[in-house]
Design a protein around this ligand. Sequence first.
Ligand SMILES: [Zn+2]
Length: 98
Amino acid sequence: MIINILAVTMAREVYKEFAGLTASGCLVIDRDDELTALTPCCAAFVTYCDTSLCCKSCYGEADNEHLLPAQVAVPAPLINTVIPGRPRRRKKNKKKGS
Ligand SMILES: [Zn+2]
């Protein structure tokens, strides 16, 4: 038996809505119950540049699949998520009214 554990790096904003990966490995986010595949280059939404579809972050060409409801091939619970950057420090409320 082979167990594949995927580790996927994503921004904190994406992590909140992360639903899984498409068959082609794009991040899928669940926003208002709509599944959207983010671009493989920047994990960003797509937008139109003139008449062609492109990545909202780098303006590289994007596939039309990013306009359609995404198909989750690997659900989020099977994926180890990695968030770059330092964890947010929790403020300690020890000093009160000083
Ligand atoms: Zn991009």
